[in-house]
Write a protein that binds this ligand. Structure first.
Ligand code: ZN
Ligand code: ZN
Ligand code: ZN
Length: 550
Protein backbone atom coordinates (compact mmCIF):
# COMPACT_ATOMS: atom_id res chain seq x y z
CA UNK A 1 0.00 0.00 0.00
CA UNK A 2 2.81 2.34 0.92
CA UNK A 3 4.47 1.50 -2.39
CA UNK A 4 1.33 2.17 -4.34
CA UNK A 5 0.88 5.49 -2.59
CA UNK A 6 4.51 6.32 -3.39
CA UNK A 7 3.95 5.47 -7.04
CA UNK A 8 0.86 7.65 -7.19
CA UNK A 9 2.75 10.55 -5.64
CA UNK A 10 5.63 10.13 -8.11
CA UNK A 11 3.16 9.93 -10.99
CA UNK A 12 1.29 13.07 -9.94
CA UNK A 13 4.50 14.99 -9.32
CA UNK A 14 5.91 14.00 -12.70
CA UNK A 15 2.63 14.97 -14.38
CA UNK A 16 2.62 18.39 -12.83
CA UNK A 17 6.29 18.85 -13.75
CA UNK A 18 5.44 17.98 -17.33
CA UNK A 19 2.61 20.47 -17.28
CA UNK A 20 4.94 23.10 -15.91
CA UNK A 21 7.52 22.33 -18.57
CA UNK A 22 4.90 22.65 -21.26
CA UNK A 23 3.64 25.87 -19.76
CA UNK A 24 7.09 27.38 -19.64
CA UNK A 25 7.67 26.30 -23.24
CA UNK A 26 4.45 28.00 -24.32
CA UNK A 27 5.51 31.20 -22.57
CA UNK A 28 8.90 30.94 -24.24
CA UNK A 29 7.48 30.67 -27.76
CA UNK A 30 5.08 33.53 -27.12
CA UNK A 31 7.75 35.88 -25.82
CA UNK A 32 10.20 34.96 -28.56
CA UNK A 33 7.86 36.32 -31.20
CA UNK A 34 8.45 39.88 -32.32
CA UNK A 35 6.33 42.44 -30.49
CA UNK A 36 5.59 44.17 -33.76
CA UNK A 37 5.69 43.20 -37.43
CA UNK A 38 5.96 46.10 -39.85
CA UNK A 39 5.06 45.20 -43.44
CA UNK A 40 6.22 47.81 -45.94
CA UNK A 41 5.06 47.90 -49.54
CA UNK A 42 6.65 50.53 -51.77
CA UNK A 43 4.18 51.15 -54.58
CA UNK A 44 5.88 50.58 -57.98
CA UNK A 45 9.37 49.87 -56.58
CA UNK A 46 11.58 48.10 -59.14
CA UNK A 47 14.29 45.80 -57.87
CA UNK A 48 16.98 47.87 -59.59
CA UNK A 49 16.17 50.93 -57.45
CA UNK A 50 18.04 49.08 -54.70
CA UNK A 51 21.13 48.56 -56.83
CA UNK A 52 21.03 51.60 -59.14
CA UNK A 53 20.76 54.15 -56.33
CA UNK A 54 22.70 52.09 -53.75
CA UNK A 55 25.66 54.46 -53.51
CA UNK A 56 23.31 57.35 -52.71
CA UNK A 57 21.55 55.65 -49.79
CA UNK A 58 22.46 56.34 -46.16
CA UNK A 59 23.37 53.70 -43.59
CA UNK A 60 20.06 53.58 -41.73
CA UNK A 61 17.47 52.74 -44.42
CA UNK A 62 17.70 50.28 -47.33
CA UNK A 63 21.39 49.62 -46.58
CA UNK A 64 20.61 48.70 -42.98
CA UNK A 65 17.98 46.21 -44.14
CA UNK A 66 20.42 44.66 -46.63
CA UNK A 67 23.39 44.81 -44.24
CA UNK A 68 21.64 43.23 -41.25
CA UNK A 69 18.77 41.34 -42.84
CA UNK A 70 18.03 39.04 -45.74
CA UNK A 71 17.92 40.13 -49.38
CA UNK A 72 15.89 38.01 -51.84
CA UNK A 73 17.33 39.42 -55.04
CA UNK A 74 15.28 37.43 -57.52
CA UNK A 75 11.78 38.00 -56.17
CA UNK A 76 8.86 38.13 -58.61
CA UNK A 77 5.14 38.43 -58.98
CA UNK A 78 3.80 35.08 -60.16
CA UNK A 79 0.62 36.26 -61.88
CA UNK A 80 -0.80 39.00 -64.09
CA UNK A 81 -2.12 41.68 -63.92
CA UNK A 82 0.57 43.46 -61.91
CA UNK A 83 -1.57 46.23 -60.46
CA UNK A 84 -1.82 47.82 -57.01
CA UNK A 85 -4.98 46.09 -55.70
CA UNK A 86 -3.94 42.55 -56.67
CA UNK A 87 -0.36 43.27 -55.53
CA UNK A 88 -1.27 44.30 -51.99
CA UNK A 89 -3.76 41.44 -51.67
CA UNK A 90 -1.20 38.86 -52.86
CA UNK A 91 1.58 40.04 -50.52
CA UNK A 92 -0.65 39.62 -47.48
CA UNK A 93 -2.81 36.62 -48.46
CA UNK A 94 0.08 34.58 -49.89
CA UNK A 95 -1.94 33.73 -52.95
CA UNK A 96 -2.89 35.12 -56.35
CA UNK A 97 -6.04 36.63 -57.95
CA UNK A 98 -7.09 33.10 -58.94
CA UNK A 99 -7.94 32.56 -55.26
CA UNK A 100 -8.15 35.93 -53.47
CA UNK A 101 -10.36 37.35 -56.20
CA UNK A 102 -8.79 40.82 -56.50
CA UNK A 103 -8.31 40.57 -60.27
CA UNK A 104 -7.59 44.24 -60.90
CA UNK A 105 -7.96 47.69 -59.36
CA UNK A 106 -11.27 47.94 -61.18
CA UNK A 107 -12.94 45.15 -63.07
CA UNK A 108 -16.17 44.36 -64.85
CA UNK A 109 -18.52 42.51 -62.53
CA UNK A 110 -20.34 39.87 -64.58
CA UNK A 111 -23.27 39.60 -62.17
CA UNK A 112 -23.89 43.31 -61.60
CA UNK A 113 -22.95 44.04 -65.23
CA UNK A 114 -20.96 47.11 -64.25
CA UNK A 115 -17.40 48.07 -63.37
CA UNK A 116 -16.50 47.72 -59.68
CA UNK A 117 -13.56 49.01 -57.63
CA UNK A 118 -11.46 46.52 -55.62
CA UNK A 119 -12.00 48.29 -52.28
CA UNK A 120 -15.32 50.04 -52.99
CA UNK A 121 -18.21 49.23 -50.65
CA UNK A 122 -21.58 51.00 -50.87
CA UNK A 123 -22.78 49.41 -47.65
CA UNK A 124 -20.37 51.40 -45.44
CA UNK A 125 -20.02 55.13 -44.75
CA UNK A 126 -17.07 57.51 -44.74
CA UNK A 127 -15.49 58.48 -41.43
CA UNK A 128 -13.46 61.69 -41.32
CA UNK A 129 -14.94 63.17 -44.49
CA UNK A 130 -18.33 63.69 -46.08
CA UNK A 131 -16.84 62.69 -49.43
CA UNK A 132 -17.59 59.18 -50.70
CA UNK A 133 -13.81 58.47 -50.61
CA UNK A 134 -14.37 56.68 -47.32
CA UNK A 135 -16.91 54.15 -48.61
CA UNK A 136 -14.35 51.35 -48.68
CA UNK A 137 -13.73 47.91 -47.18
CA UNK A 138 -11.91 44.66 -48.01
CA UNK A 139 -15.16 42.76 -48.75
CA UNK A 140 -14.14 41.80 -52.30
CA UNK A 141 -11.00 40.01 -51.04
CA UNK A 142 -12.19 36.43 -50.63
CA UNK A 143 -9.41 34.93 -48.51
CA UNK A 144 -7.60 35.71 -45.25
CA UNK A 145 -4.37 37.63 -44.89
CA UNK A 146 -1.59 36.75 -42.44
CA UNK A 147 -2.74 39.82 -40.51
CA UNK A 148 -6.16 38.09 -40.13
CA UNK A 149 -4.50 34.86 -39.01
CA UNK A 150 -2.48 36.76 -36.41
CA UNK A 151 -5.69 38.30 -35.06
CA UNK A 152 -7.36 34.87 -34.83
CA UNK A 153 -4.27 33.32 -33.24
CA UNK A 154 -3.97 36.01 -30.54
CA UNK A 155 -7.71 35.94 -29.77
CA UNK A 156 -7.89 39.44 -31.26
CA UNK A 157 -5.31 40.73 -28.75
CA UNK A 158 -2.61 41.44 -31.34
CA UNK A 159 -3.62 44.59 -33.22
CA UNK A 160 -3.57 45.31 -36.94
CA UNK A 161 -3.36 48.86 -38.28
CA UNK A 162 -3.13 49.64 -42.00
CA UNK A 163 -1.76 52.91 -43.41
CA UNK A 164 -1.36 54.24 -46.96
CA UNK A 165 -2.21 57.32 -48.97
CA UNK A 166 -4.17 55.00 -51.31
CA UNK A 167 -7.23 53.31 -49.79
CA UNK A 168 -6.50 49.93 -51.42
CA UNK A 169 -2.87 50.05 -50.22
CA UNK A 170 -4.15 50.36 -46.67
CA UNK A 171 -7.30 48.22 -46.67
CA UNK A 172 -6.22 45.02 -48.42
CA UNK A 173 -3.03 44.44 -46.35
CA UNK A 174 -4.84 45.10 -43.07
CA UNK A 175 -7.35 42.35 -43.91
CA UNK A 176 -10.87 41.62 -42.73
CA UNK A 177 -10.21 41.78 -39.00
CA UNK A 178 -8.13 44.97 -38.84
CA UNK A 179 -8.60 47.33 -35.91
CA UNK A 180 -8.26 50.14 -38.42
CA UNK A 181 -7.14 51.07 -41.90
CA UNK A 182 -6.49 54.73 -42.73
CA UNK A 183 -5.96 56.43 -46.07
CA UNK A 184 -5.46 60.01 -47.19
CA UNK A 185 -8.18 62.14 -48.70
CA UNK A 186 -6.49 64.98 -50.60
CA UNK A 187 -8.61 67.36 -52.68
CA UNK A 188 -9.53 70.37 -50.50
CA UNK A 189 -9.37 68.47 -47.20
CA UNK A 190 -5.98 66.83 -46.66
CA UNK A 191 -7.20 64.42 -43.97
CA UNK A 192 -6.58 60.82 -42.96
CA UNK A 193 -9.90 59.01 -43.18
CA UNK A 194 -11.46 55.57 -42.73
CA UNK A 195 -14.89 53.90 -42.96
CA UNK A 196 -17.65 52.51 -40.75
CA UNK A 197 -16.29 49.07 -41.63
CA UNK A 198 -13.72 49.80 -38.91
CA UNK A 199 -15.21 52.38 -36.55
CA UNK A 200 -17.81 55.08 -36.09
CA UNK A 201 -15.46 57.88 -35.11
CA UNK A 202 -11.79 58.68 -35.67
CA UNK A 203 -9.68 58.03 -32.57
CA UNK A 204 -8.28 61.11 -30.85
CA UNK A 205 -4.75 60.64 -32.20
CA UNK A 206 -6.04 60.67 -35.79
CA UNK A 207 -8.29 63.67 -35.19
CA UNK A 208 -5.32 65.45 -33.58
CA UNK A 209 -3.08 64.64 -36.55
CA UNK A 210 -5.70 66.03 -38.92
CA UNK A 211 -6.51 69.02 -36.68
CA UNK A 212 -3.01 70.33 -36.36
CA UNK A 213 -3.34 71.48 -39.96
CA UNK A 214 0.27 70.48 -40.09
CA UNK A 215 -0.67 68.94 -43.40
CA UNK A 216 -0.24 72.37 -44.99
CA UNK A 217 3.43 72.34 -43.98
CA UNK A 218 4.05 69.63 -46.59
CA UNK A 219 3.53 72.19 -49.36
CA UNK A 220 7.24 72.88 -49.64
CA UNK A 221 9.55 73.57 -52.49
CA UNK A 222 10.78 70.29 -53.96
CA UNK A 223 14.40 70.44 -54.96
CA UNK A 224 16.85 67.56 -55.13
CA UNK A 225 18.16 66.55 -51.70
CA UNK A 226 21.76 66.55 -52.95
CA UNK A 227 23.35 68.46 -55.84
CA UNK A 228 21.51 67.34 -58.98
CA UNK A 229 24.83 67.01 -60.82
CA UNK A 230 25.71 64.10 -58.56
CA UNK A 231 22.59 62.19 -59.68
CA UNK A 232 24.44 60.26 -62.37
CA UNK A 233 22.21 57.17 -62.08
CA UNK A 234 19.19 58.70 -63.86
CA UNK A 235 18.42 60.48 -67.15
CA UNK A 236 18.61 64.24 -67.72
CA UNK A 237 16.07 66.33 -65.86
CA UNK A 238 14.74 67.90 -69.04
CA UNK A 239 13.59 65.25 -71.52
CA UNK A 240 10.63 64.28 -73.68
CA UNK A 241 9.32 61.48 -71.50
CA UNK A 242 7.87 63.26 -68.44
CA UNK A 243 4.36 64.57 -67.85
CA UNK A 244 5.20 66.94 -64.97
CA UNK A 245 2.79 69.15 -63.04
CA UNK A 246 0.04 71.29 -64.51
CA UNK A 247 1.03 74.97 -64.50
CA UNK A 248 4.77 74.40 -64.94
CA UNK A 249 6.10 74.32 -68.46
CA UNK A 250 8.99 71.89 -67.98
CA UNK A 251 9.31 68.86 -65.73
CA UNK A 252 12.47 70.24 -64.14
CA UNK A 253 13.59 71.05 -60.60
CA UNK A 254 12.78 72.97 -58.48
CA UNK A 255 9.02 72.56 -58.02
CA UNK A 256 7.20 75.08 -55.85
CA UNK A 257 4.30 73.00 -54.53
CA UNK A 258 2.63 75.96 -52.83
CA UNK A 259 2.17 77.79 -56.13
CA UNK A 260 1.38 74.59 -58.06
CA UNK A 261 -1.26 73.25 -55.68
CA UNK A 262 -4.14 75.25 -57.18
CA UNK A 263 -3.62 73.65 -60.61
CA UNK A 264 -2.93 70.16 -59.28
CA UNK A 265 -5.84 69.25 -57.06
CA UNK A 266 -4.81 71.19 -53.92
CA UNK A 267 -3.82 68.57 -51.29
CA UNK A 268 -3.52 65.96 -54.07
CA UNK A 269 -0.14 67.40 -55.04
CA UNK A 270 1.35 66.23 -51.72
CA UNK A 271 0.72 62.65 -52.83
CA UNK A 272 2.58 63.45 -56.06
CA UNK A 273 5.72 64.71 -54.28
CA UNK A 274 8.21 62.98 -51.96
CA UNK A 275 6.47 64.73 -49.07
CA UNK A 276 3.73 62.12 -49.55
CA UNK A 277 6.22 59.61 -48.11
CA UNK A 278 7.03 62.00 -45.26
CA UNK A 279 3.40 62.41 -44.23
CA UNK A 280 2.90 58.63 -44.47
CA UNK A 281 5.88 58.08 -42.16
CA UNK A 282 4.76 60.81 -39.74
CA UNK A 283 1.31 59.26 -39.59
CA UNK A 284 2.78 55.77 -39.04
CA UNK A 285 4.82 57.05 -36.09
CA UNK A 286 1.69 58.71 -34.69
CA UNK A 287 -0.17 55.40 -35.10
CA UNK A 288 2.47 53.45 -33.19
CA UNK A 289 2.29 56.03 -30.41
CA UNK A 290 -1.51 56.38 -30.44
CA UNK A 291 -2.21 52.64 -30.58
CA UNK A 292 0.73 51.64 -28.35
CA UNK A 293 1.89 49.12 -30.94
CA UNK A 294 4.56 46.61 -29.91
CA UNK A 295 4.09 47.25 -26.20
CA UNK A 296 2.91 43.81 -25.02
CA UNK A 297 3.61 40.17 -25.83
CA UNK A 298 0.84 39.83 -28.40
CA UNK A 299 2.38 40.53 -31.78
CA UNK A 300 0.88 43.60 -33.46
CA UNK A 301 1.08 44.22 -37.19
CA UNK A 302 1.49 47.62 -38.81
CA UNK A 303 1.10 47.65 -42.58
CA UNK A 304 2.52 50.68 -44.37
CA UNK A 305 2.26 51.23 -48.09
CA UNK A 306 4.18 54.11 -49.63
CA UNK A 307 1.90 55.19 -52.50
CA UNK A 308 3.88 58.23 -53.64
CA UNK A 309 6.61 56.41 -55.63
CA UNK A 310 3.86 55.03 -57.90
CA UNK A 311 2.40 58.48 -58.58
CA UNK A 312 5.86 59.86 -59.35
CA UNK A 313 6.78 56.89 -61.56
CA UNK A 314 3.58 57.32 -63.57
CA UNK A 315 4.20 61.03 -63.93
CA UNK A 316 7.96 61.23 -64.56
CA UNK A 317 8.98 57.71 -65.61
CA UNK A 318 11.32 55.22 -63.98
CA UNK A 319 14.51 56.80 -65.34
CA UNK A 320 13.79 60.35 -64.12
CA UNK A 321 15.77 62.52 -61.73
CA UNK A 322 12.48 62.89 -59.87
CA UNK A 323 12.34 59.13 -59.21
CA UNK A 324 15.95 59.05 -58.06
CA UNK A 325 15.36 61.90 -55.61
CA UNK A 326 12.15 60.26 -54.37
CA UNK A 327 14.03 57.09 -53.45
CA UNK A 328 16.93 58.96 -51.84
CA UNK A 329 14.35 60.72 -49.66
CA UNK A 330 12.32 57.55 -49.01
CA UNK A 331 15.53 56.00 -47.68
CA UNK A 332 15.59 58.79 -45.06
CA UNK A 333 11.98 58.07 -44.12
CA UNK A 334 12.85 54.39 -43.59
CA UNK A 335 15.78 55.39 -41.40
CA UNK A 336 13.47 57.57 -39.31
CA UNK A 337 10.98 54.70 -39.02
CA UNK A 338 13.65 52.18 -37.93
CA UNK A 339 15.13 54.63 -35.41
CA UNK A 340 11.68 55.11 -33.91
CA UNK A 341 11.21 51.32 -33.69
CA UNK A 342 14.64 50.89 -32.02
CA UNK A 343 13.76 53.44 -29.36
CA UNK A 344 10.10 52.65 -28.78
CA UNK A 345 9.74 48.92 -29.42
CA UNK A 346 13.34 47.83 -28.86
CA UNK A 347 16.21 46.90 -31.13
CA UNK A 348 15.62 43.18 -31.49
CA UNK A 349 11.91 43.22 -30.72
CA UNK A 350 10.42 43.90 -34.15
CA UNK A 351 10.50 42.34 -37.62
CA UNK A 352 10.19 44.23 -40.90
CA UNK A 353 9.70 43.12 -44.47
CA UNK A 354 9.82 45.40 -47.48
CA UNK A 355 8.58 44.66 -50.97
CA UNK A 356 6.49 46.23 -53.75
CA UNK A 357 3.05 45.68 -55.25
CA UNK A 358 4.50 45.58 -58.82
CA UNK A 359 7.38 47.27 -60.59
CA UNK A 360 7.18 49.36 -63.80
CA UNK A 361 8.35 49.63 -67.39
CA UNK A 362 10.89 52.08 -68.80
CA UNK A 363 8.99 54.72 -70.77
CA UNK A 364 8.43 52.96 -74.14
CA UNK A 365 9.12 56.16 -76.11
CA UNK A 366 12.53 56.34 -74.38
CA UNK A 367 13.22 52.66 -75.20
CA UNK A 368 12.25 53.32 -78.83
CA UNK A 369 14.70 56.22 -78.93
CA UNK A 370 17.33 53.62 -78.03
CA UNK A 371 16.09 51.17 -80.69
CA UNK A 372 14.65 48.71 -78.16
CA UNK A 373 11.33 47.19 -79.31
CA UNK A 374 8.52 49.01 -77.48
CA UNK A 375 5.31 50.83 -78.25
CA UNK A 376 1.76 51.86 -77.47
CA UNK A 377 -1.50 50.01 -77.81
CA UNK A 378 -4.68 51.86 -78.70
CA UNK A 379 -7.49 50.36 -76.61
CA UNK A 380 -10.39 52.20 -78.25
CA UNK A 381 -9.11 51.42 -81.76
CA UNK A 382 -8.86 47.78 -80.71
CA UNK A 383 -12.41 47.73 -79.43
CA UNK A 384 -13.71 49.22 -82.67
CA UNK A 385 -11.82 46.73 -84.81
CA UNK A 386 -12.91 43.60 -82.93
CA UNK A 387 -16.51 44.83 -82.78
CA UNK A 388 -16.59 45.36 -86.53
CA UNK A 389 -15.20 41.87 -87.02
CA UNK A 390 -17.92 40.33 -84.84
CA UNK A 391 -20.61 42.18 -86.78
CA UNK A 392 -19.31 40.76 -90.05
CA UNK A 393 -18.90 37.28 -88.57
CA UNK A 394 -22.09 36.89 -86.50
CA UNK A 395 -24.23 39.87 -87.54
CA UNK A 396 -24.42 41.15 -83.95
CA UNK A 397 -23.01 44.45 -82.73
CA UNK A 398 -23.34 43.81 -79.00
CA UNK A 399 -21.55 40.51 -78.42
CA UNK A 400 -18.84 42.25 -76.38
CA UNK A 401 -19.98 43.62 -73.06
CA UNK A 402 -16.71 44.98 -71.74
CA UNK A 403 -12.96 45.10 -72.40
CA UNK A 404 -10.75 45.80 -69.39
CA UNK A 405 -7.38 44.70 -67.97
CA UNK A 406 -6.59 42.98 -71.30
CA UNK A 407 -9.67 40.79 -70.99
CA UNK A 408 -12.77 40.60 -73.16
CA UNK A 409 -16.14 39.93 -71.48
CA UNK A 410 -18.84 38.51 -73.76
CA UNK A 411 -22.55 39.19 -73.52
CA UNK A 412 -23.79 35.83 -72.22
CA UNK A 413 -27.49 36.68 -72.68
CA UNK A 414 -26.91 37.63 -76.30
CA UNK A 415 -24.96 34.41 -76.92
CA UNK A 416 -27.90 32.39 -75.59
CA UNK A 417 -30.39 34.35 -77.70
CA UNK A 418 -28.34 33.70 -80.81
CA UNK A 419 -27.71 30.05 -79.94
CA UNK A 420 -23.95 30.61 -80.01
CA UNK A 421 -21.63 28.38 -78.01
CA UNK A 422 -19.45 30.35 -75.59
CA UNK A 423 -16.26 28.36 -76.21
CA UNK A 424 -16.63 28.69 -79.99
CA UNK A 425 -16.99 32.46 -79.86
CA UNK A 426 -14.02 32.72 -77.47
CA UNK A 427 -11.88 30.75 -79.94
CA UNK A 428 -13.04 32.80 -82.94
CA UNK A 429 -11.97 35.97 -81.11
CA UNK A 430 -8.60 34.50 -80.16
CA UNK A 431 -7.94 33.52 -83.79
CA UNK A 432 -8.87 37.02 -84.95
CA UNK A 433 -7.04 39.23 -82.44
CA UNK A 434 -3.79 37.26 -82.56
CA UNK A 435 -3.35 38.81 -86.01
CA UNK A 436 -3.55 42.38 -84.62
CA UNK A 437 -0.46 44.51 -84.16
CA UNK A 438 1.07 44.37 -80.65
CA UNK A 439 -1.09 41.45 -79.51
CA UNK A 440 1.51 38.79 -78.76
CA UNK A 441 -0.63 36.07 -77.20
CA UNK A 442 -4.32 35.37 -76.67
CA UNK A 443 -6.12 32.63 -74.76
CA UNK A 444 -9.71 31.61 -74.22
CA UNK A 445 -11.02 31.65 -70.67
CA UNK A 446 -11.91 27.98 -71.17
CA UNK A 447 -8.31 27.02 -71.93
CA UNK A 448 -7.12 28.81 -68.78
CA UNK A 449 -9.69 26.88 -66.76
CA UNK A 450 -9.29 23.46 -68.39
CA UNK A 451 -5.53 23.04 -68.74
CA UNK A 452 -2.58 23.50 -66.41
CA UNK A 453 0.32 25.75 -67.33
CA UNK A 454 3.32 25.24 -65.10
CA UNK A 455 5.75 27.81 -66.45
CA UNK A 456 6.17 31.04 -68.33
CA UNK A 457 3.67 33.76 -69.12
CA UNK A 458 0.88 31.19 -69.53
CA UNK A 459 1.31 30.19 -65.90
CA UNK A 460 1.22 33.82 -64.76
CA UNK A 461 -2.01 34.34 -66.73
CA UNK A 462 -3.53 31.30 -65.11
CA UNK A 463 -2.57 32.34 -61.57
CA UNK A 464 -4.22 35.70 -62.24
CA UNK A 465 -7.33 34.16 -63.75
CA UNK A 466 -10.35 33.85 -61.48
CA UNK A 467 -12.95 31.57 -63.01
CA UNK A 468 -15.90 33.48 -61.52
CA UNK A 469 -14.62 37.01 -62.06
CA UNK A 470 -12.28 37.04 -65.07
CA UNK A 471 -13.15 37.51 -68.74
CA UNK A 472 -13.77 35.22 -71.73
CA UNK A 473 -10.63 36.06 -73.69
CA UNK A 474 -7.30 37.15 -72.25
CA UNK A 475 -4.62 38.79 -74.36
CA UNK A 476 -0.98 39.72 -73.85
CA UNK A 477 0.73 42.70 -75.45
CA UNK A 478 4.27 42.68 -76.84
CA UNK A 479 7.12 43.42 -74.39
CA UNK A 480 7.27 47.12 -73.41
CA UNK A 481 4.01 47.88 -75.20
CA UNK A 482 1.52 49.68 -72.98
CA UNK A 483 -1.79 51.42 -73.34
CA UNK A 484 -0.80 54.66 -71.68
CA UNK A 485 0.36 58.18 -72.48
CA UNK A 486 3.77 58.58 -74.16
CA UNK A 487 5.00 60.36 -71.04
CA UNK A 488 5.60 58.45 -67.83
CA UNK A 489 5.74 54.76 -66.90
CA UNK A 490 3.09 52.22 -66.09
CA UNK A 491 2.79 48.52 -65.20
CA UNK A 492 0.43 45.53 -65.40
CA UNK A 493 2.24 42.97 -67.56
CA UNK A 494 3.88 39.59 -66.91
CA UNK A 495 7.32 40.73 -68.06
CA UNK A 496 10.26 41.00 -65.69
CA UNK A 497 10.21 44.81 -65.67
CA UNK A 498 6.80 44.57 -63.94
CA UNK A 499 7.32 41.42 -61.85
CA UNK A 500 10.83 41.84 -60.40
CA UNK A 501 10.59 43.66 -57.06
CA UNK A 502 12.69 43.90 -53.88
CA UNK A 503 12.09 41.55 -50.98
CA UNK A 504 13.98 42.40 -47.80
CA UNK A 505 13.48 40.90 -44.36
CA UNK A 506 15.05 42.45 -41.30
CA UNK A 507 14.88 42.25 -37.50
CA UNK A 508 13.84 39.65 -34.98
CA UNK A 509 13.98 36.03 -36.19
CA UNK A 510 15.64 36.94 -39.51
CA UNK A 511 19.01 35.63 -40.66
CA UNK A 512 21.56 37.77 -42.40
CA UNK A 513 22.11 36.76 -46.01
CA UNK A 514 21.01 36.99 -49.61
CA UNK A 515 19.82 34.68 -52.35
CA UNK A 516 19.50 34.67 -56.09
CA UNK A 517 17.18 31.70 -55.88
CA UNK A 518 13.79 32.67 -57.29
CA UNK A 519 11.25 33.64 -54.67
CA UNK A 520 7.67 34.67 -55.26
CA UNK A 521 5.50 37.37 -53.82
CA UNK A 522 3.14 34.73 -52.44
CA UNK A 523 5.97 33.38 -50.25
CA UNK A 524 5.92 36.43 -47.97
CA UNK A 525 2.72 35.68 -46.04
CA UNK A 526 3.55 32.00 -45.31
CA UNK A 527 7.06 33.09 -44.25
CA UNK A 528 5.62 35.60 -41.78
CA UNK A 529 3.12 32.97 -40.59
CA UNK A 530 5.98 30.51 -40.01
CA UNK A 531 7.96 33.16 -38.14
CA UNK A 532 5.00 33.82 -35.85
CA UNK A 533 3.98 30.16 -35.55
CA UNK A 534 0.45 30.95 -36.69
CA UNK A 535 -1.81 29.39 -39.33
CA UNK A 536 -1.13 30.18 -42.96
CA UNK A 537 -3.70 32.40 -44.69
CA UNK A 538 -6.57 30.14 -45.74
CA UNK A 539 -5.80 29.99 -49.47
CA UNK A 540 -2.07 30.59 -49.33
CA UNK A 541 -0.23 28.95 -52.24
CA UNK A 542 3.29 30.23 -51.46
CA UNK A 543 6.01 28.50 -49.48
CA UNK A 544 7.75 29.70 -46.31
CA UNK A 545 11.28 30.86 -47.16
CA UNK A 546 13.12 28.72 -44.63
CA UNK A 547 16.51 30.20 -45.42
CA UNK A 548 15.53 33.70 -44.20
CA UNK A 549 14.37 32.46 -40.78
CA UNK A 550 16.74 31.97 -37.87
ZN1 ZN B 1 0.78 50.06 -57.23
ZN1 ZN C 1 12.51 66.08 -64.90
ZN1 ZN D 1 0.58 52.46 -60.70
Amino acid sequence: MKNILYLIVVFVVSLSCKAQNNASKVVETTTSNPKLVVGIVVDQMRYDYLTRFYSKYGEGGFKRMIGDGFNCKNNHFNYVPTYTGPGHASVYTGTTPKYHGIIGNDWYDKEQRKSVYCAGDDTVESIGTTDKAGKMSPHRMKTTSFTDENRLFTQMRGKTIGIALKDRGSILPAGHTANAAYWFHGKDEGNWITSTFYMNELPKWVADFNDKKSVATYFKEWNTLYDINTYTESGSDLNNFEEGYKGKETATFPYDLESLRANNGNFEIIKLSPYGNDITTDFALAAMEGEQLGKDNFTDVLTISYSTPDYIGHNFGVNSKEIQDTYIRLDKDLERLFNYLDTNVGKNEYTVFLTADHAAVEVPAYLQSNRIPAGYFDNSGFRKKISQFLVSKFGASDLIENISNNQIFLNRIKLLEMNLILEDVQQVIVNEIITYKHIDKAYTGSSLTNSVFSSGIESLLQMGYNQKRSGDVVFVLDPSVISYSEKGSTHGSSFNYDTHVPLLFFGKGIKHGETLQKTEITDIAPTMSALLGISFPNASTGKPLEFVLE
